[in-house]
Design a protein around this ligand. Structure first.
Ligand code: ADP
Length: 229
């Protein structure tokens, strides 16, 4: 099976004042193309830091990340940004929509910035796909949490990513709304073959992915295949 993400010997140290805190120790694992993969572990165990390193948003102190066939530390910042624009989608717990843009603009503006000519039409199609065809002119403040997260999903899908990183995508949603978002993510995996890497506290959600990596104190505790795979 082709590997879309290969992590080898990652180490990350943060400096705070004169102190150094190593929050990831010798992390190695692989994600197959098209796989659904979750990262679980207690708060502070290094999950968000690891996701940022996997996506090339931050640099490790040691070790390497191969993403979509590129070794990230051999790319400059522009090349990493280009790889992210072309291949990677992101979803965050707090949605991170731009408050001054409508739902439609939150999806279409990034597409326009990437040079898409049919940005508005595509954005409308994407919003219809996530069930928000009647909310395109609403601003984030006029949308519920679940609706905002679905706009964020439409935005994350818009560049047809090969891999989507999600940091607690259902963390701020009630159970029923969270389930809708999970279903959209799993459908994306099934229909488009998008690889999913999801940080979650929800062990039921983790069990619905094919592989679960458990972190504790910045180290890998287990890396197990689930019954779903
Ligand atoms: P998790 O996502 O599992 O809650 P994080 O990756 O957010 O864990 O954090 C892991 C550890 O790194 C925590 O102790 C946190 O306080 C620390 N940390 C995270 N980001 C920074 C930063 N920018 N500077 C210093 N310490 C940080």
């Amino acid at each position: 099976m082709a590997k879309i993400l290969k992590i080898n010997g990652l180490e990350k140290t943060y400096k705070s004042g004169s102190k150094q805190l190593t929050v990831l120790h010798d992390i190695s694992f692989e994600v197959e193309k098209g796989q659904t993969f979750s990262i679980v572990g207690p708060s502070g165990s290094g999950k968000t830091t690891l996701l940022g390193l996997c996506a090339g948003l931050d640099e490790p102190n040691a070790g390497s990340v191969d993403l979509c066939g590129y070794t990230l530390n051999t790319l400059n910042e522009d090349e990493r940004a280009q790889l992210r624009n072309q291949e990677v989608g992101f979803i965050f717990q707090n949605f991170q929509l731009l408050p001054t843009l409508t739902a439609l603009e939150n999806v279409s503006v990034p597409l326009e910035l990437q040079g898409a000519k049919d940005a508005a039409t595509r954005a409308k199609e994407l919003l219809e796909k996530v069930g928000l065809g009647d909310r395109v002119q609403h601003y984030p403040s006029q949308l519920s949490g679940g609706e905002q997260q679905r706009v964020a999903l439409a935005r994350a899908f818009s560049n047809r990513p090969s891999i989507l990183f999600a940091d607690e995508p259902t963390g701020n949603l009630d159970e029923e709304t969270g389930e809708k978002v999970i279903q959209l993510l799993l459908d994306l995996n099934k229909d488009a073959g998008t690889t999913l890497v999801i940080i979650t506290h929800d062990l039921d959600l983790a069990a619905r992915t094919q592989q679960i990596l458990t972190l504790k104190g910045g180290q890998i505790l287990t890396n197990e295949t689930t019954a779903t795979s």
